[in-house]
Ligand binder design. Structure first.
Ligand SMILES: *[C@@H]1O[C@H](CO)[C@@H](O)[C@H](O)[C@H]1NC(C)=O
Ligand SMILES: *[C@@H]1O[C@H](CO)[C@@H](O)[C@H](O)[C@H]1NC(C)=O
Ligand SMILES: *[C@@H]1O[C@H](CO)[C@@H](O)[C@H](O)[C@H]1NC(C)=O
Ligand SMILES: *[C@@H]1O[C@H](CO)[C@@H](O)[C@H](O)[C@H]1NC(C)=O
Ligand SMILES: *[C@@H]1O[C@H](CO)[C@@H](O)[C@H](O)[C@H]1NC(C)=O
Ligand SMILES: *[C@@H]1O[C@H](CO)[C@@H](O)[C@H](O)[C@H]1NC(C)=O
Ligand SMILES: *[C@@H]1O[C@H](CO)[C@@H](O)[C@H](O)[C@H]1NC(C)=O
Length: 661
């Protein structure tokens, strides 16, 4: 029995091994045949020189998956291809994700077997001579995210089946001969749409009214938002003139501060903050001295500190003795530990610690404190606490129950009339903000894509835990409050959460808090689960774009990242948006677009349209699951990938402009 099961297992393992070996050495011969057949049947310029005796995966314009078992990208832009696409060639590359045949002289209709390309995410056919109706096969490719048919000679109505493309991000149909009315496209995923310069009439569906005028200009008789409203009866239909309705260019040219200026500002603010810290600590010390020498009867001690010991040692000359005496006496302003057994220091130790400013936030300033015994903690000095000591303690008790690896635990607090301190763990690996934006271009190792996705998932889990398990609104999500865990591969934890109930509403600044604050918070002055989702969406955009919403080069309010992304995506197609540090990585375009979609859903202006945090977790996990399941990931240091990625970007950048250029 056991022997047979053993041999069965080993047989199975052996088969698996053989399969793997086969994969390692094999190349997609079937796909190679299709490509050879394609190129032999289609007249083309001599630019395409595929060497039959070398692996198809090395051919220009061809990308295979990580196991070399199928062709997943085919990009032959401006390759001098002429004529109709022969059937039973490209349509048989069943694993294809990206197909670009733009800027050739391809004509006729798409072969029906394109409907086999069920995994296709991006289809670029712009600037060819295709004719005929809107290709019906395309509407069966339900995973399609980007469809560019612009600059062809397609005619007839835009198929209403297009609503079946539920994952569509970009739809570019401009400069064709499409006529009739627009189908009621209601895909919320759409970020970029252009149907200008066709022969369309009728009203623009509500769902598309968020796109700019130039996306609809140059048609016969389109009406309704964003164009002028439809009239019941018009004898002379107004033809929208593109020049009249063209909105001002949306793209902002961000100016950059010189490195010198940045350093000067950094040094300046560090100095000021350090001085401030010194003053605070001095004042704390003096307060304590006064309290100890003044109080003949200690008031009711705090919960943990309650001892009921009588007072001794007041008025001693050494401040150390005084403080020790005060603590031994169960002083009311004791450092209260909410999680026991982790640290064993007291206020005195904390005051003697060397401190360094970590950051200044809306809730207060954080310091890194290194105690004499080497213990390092973060001390946050809260400003504008408006609740009573009891309320403060109750709230701390709640935060003390938090137990999640993606949430930085609160360890202790201190509450006195003048000072409220919060002690949390110190995370040596630093914040996402520092890793993402710190010393860019100085030859440091950029944060790679896998790591970014892992950080996104773990931080999302942390926030979802706060929401679901603790019923706590984070209230202050930003990249500097997402701290990386030291062990690589473990992701990140969120910090600085749940403080808003302690602070007066007045601490919510009336500006956009450097771009993380949801728009409705400005009015309601209340943070909610949904406003957390918005802020998290901005962090996702930050991970994708490498841009910081707090970069204040444009003024005091920082960069409105959601708006910036929207405007760029609208104008330039998506690729322009992504962080240049991600460019060396191949085959992540699809994932980046998926994450971008999630981010855009999170930063929706209407709170109810934002997904719940646990839903966000699920969706991001989906992105990374797809990547591993499909084995799409290629080694990031594959030398051939740099130029590959470049092709990808050219592809996407060119699309909206190639007609006008
Ligand atoms: C896939 O093919 C390329 C080009 O022939 C080769 O460099 C690479 O090592 C192959 N990868 C695998 C996993 O076989
Ligand atoms: C085609 O590839 C084979 C093997 O990789 C090589 O020996 C041959 O020189 C190549 N031919 C051309 C024209 O590059
Ligand atoms: C586009 O197609 C129409 C017929 O549908 C034809 O008359 C016209 O010449 C074509 N234009 C181009 C540029 O091929
Ligand atoms: C969408 O797809 C479904 C299933 O593939 C099909 O039954 C339906 O007719 C399609 N809708 C349209 C409008 O084509
Ligand atoms: C749009 O034009 C077509 C003919 O091209 C016509 O049949 C239809 O009634 C028009 N629709 C509207 C709303 O004007
Ligand atoms: C749509 O395409 C037209 C023609 O290429 C262009 O002028 C216009 O700016 C584009 N509009 C948008 C919103 O992309
Ligand atoms: C609308 O058009 C119909 C016939 O086309 C006409 O009878 C009616 O008077 C028109 N109404 C207005 C308000 O112009």
């Amino acid at each position: 029995m056991s022997v047979s099961s053993f041999s069965l297992t080993s047989f199975f393992l052996l088969t698996l091994l053989l399969l793997l070996l086969h994969h390692l050495t094999a190349e997609p011969t079937h796909d190679k045949q299709q490509l050879l057949s394609f190129i032999s049947k289609l007249p083309h310029a001599s630019r395409i020189q595929w060497n039959v005796s070398s692996s198809v995966c090395t051919w220009t314009g061809v990308t295979c998956d990580s196991t070399n078992s199928s062709v997943i990208h085919l990009r032959l832009p401006a390759s001098g291809l002429v004529g109709t696409i022969p059937p039973n060639t490209i349509g048989k590359l069943s694993q294809l994700r990206v197909l670009s045949l733009r800027s050739n002289r391809l004509s006729g209709e798409l072969p029906p077997d394109f409907s086999n390309l069920i995994f296709l995410r991006s289809l670029y056919l712009q600037n060819n001579l295709f004719t005929g109706e809107f290709p019906a096969t395309v509407t069966q490719l339900t995973r399609l995210a980007r469809l560019d048919l612009s600059g062809n000679n397609f005619s007839g109505s835009i198929s209403s089946s297009i609503i079946n493309l539920t994952q569509l991000v970009g739809l570019l149909l401009q400069n064709n001969e499409f006529s009739g009315e627009l189908p009621n496209m209601n895909q919320e995923s759409l970020i970029s749409v252009n149907i200008s310069n066709n022969k369309l009439n009728g009203s623009i569906p509500m769902s598309l009214s968020r796109f700019p005028v130039s996306a609809f200009a140059g048609n016969i008789n389109l009406c309704g938002k964003p164009l002028p409203p439809c009239k019941q009866n018009v004898s002379h239909p107004p033809i929208p003139a593109p020049s009249l309705f063209e909105p001002p260019p949306l793209r902002k040219n961000s100016k950059k501060l010189s490195t010198g200026a940045i350093i000067a500002i950094a040094i300046g603010s560090t100095l000021i903050i350090s001085l401030l810290l010194l003053l605070i600590l001095l004042r704390l010390r003096r307060n304590r001295k006064q309290q100890i020498s003044k109080s003949p009867k200690p008031p009711v001690p705090a919960t943990v500190a309650s001892r009921g010991v009588t007072e001794t040692g007041t008025g001693t000359s050494s401040s150390k003795q005084e403080l020790n005496g005060g603590l031994m006496n169960g002083d009311k302003n004791k450092l209260v530990f909410v999680t026991s057994g982790v640290y064993s220091f007291d206020l005195e130790d904390l005051l003697k610690a060397s401190a360094e400013v970590l950051g200044k936030g809306s809730a207060g300033t954080s310091y890194k404190a290194v105690l004499e015994d080497g213990t390092t903690v973060v001390v946050k000095r809260l400003k504008d606490v408006t609740v009573t000591k009891n309320e403060f303690e109750t709230h701390m008790e709640i935060l003390g129950k938090i137990n999640c690896e993606n949430v930085v635990p609160v360890r202790a607090f201190y509450y006195s009339k003048d000072e409220r301190l919060l002690v949390t763990d110190f995370m040596a690996a630093g914040s996402l903000s520092a890793v993402l934006h710190g010393s860019r271009g100085s030859g440091r190792t950029p944060l790679d894509w896998d790591h970014r996705v892992r950080i996104a998932i773990s931080a999302a889990k942390g926030v979802a835990y706060l929401h679901v398990a603790m019923n706590v609104v984070h209230g202050n999500i930003k990249s500097s409050n997402i701290l990386l865990q030291e062990a690589t591969g473990t992701g990140a934890s969120v910090s600085d959460y749940g403080l808003n109930p302690l602070l007066g509403g007045s601490t919510l600044p009336n500006h956009r808090l450097s771009g993380y604050r949801a728009p409705e918070v400005l009015e309601t002055r209340k943070v909610t689960f949904k406003s957390d989702v918005y802020s998290f969406g901005v962090v996702l955009l930050e991970l994708l774009t490498g841009k910081s919403p707090t970069q204040t080069s444009l003024g005091e309010e920082g960069l409105d990242l959601p708006h910036w992304v929207q405007s760029i995506v609208r104008e330039e197609w998506t690729a322009e948006v992504f962080d240049v540090e991600l460019m060396p990585y191949t085959n992540i375009e699809e994932e980046m677009v998926q994450l971008l979609q999630i981010a855009m859903a999170c930063v929706s202006t209407v709170p109810d349209q934002r997904p719940a945090m646990q839903e966000v977790v699920r969706m991001i996990e989906e992105v990374s699951r797809v990547e591993t399941d499909d084995g799409l990931r290629k080694s990031s240091d594959d030398p051939s990938t740099g130029s590959d990625r470049h092709t990808t970007l050219t592809e996407t950048q060119d699309s909206p402009h190639s007609v006008t250029r």
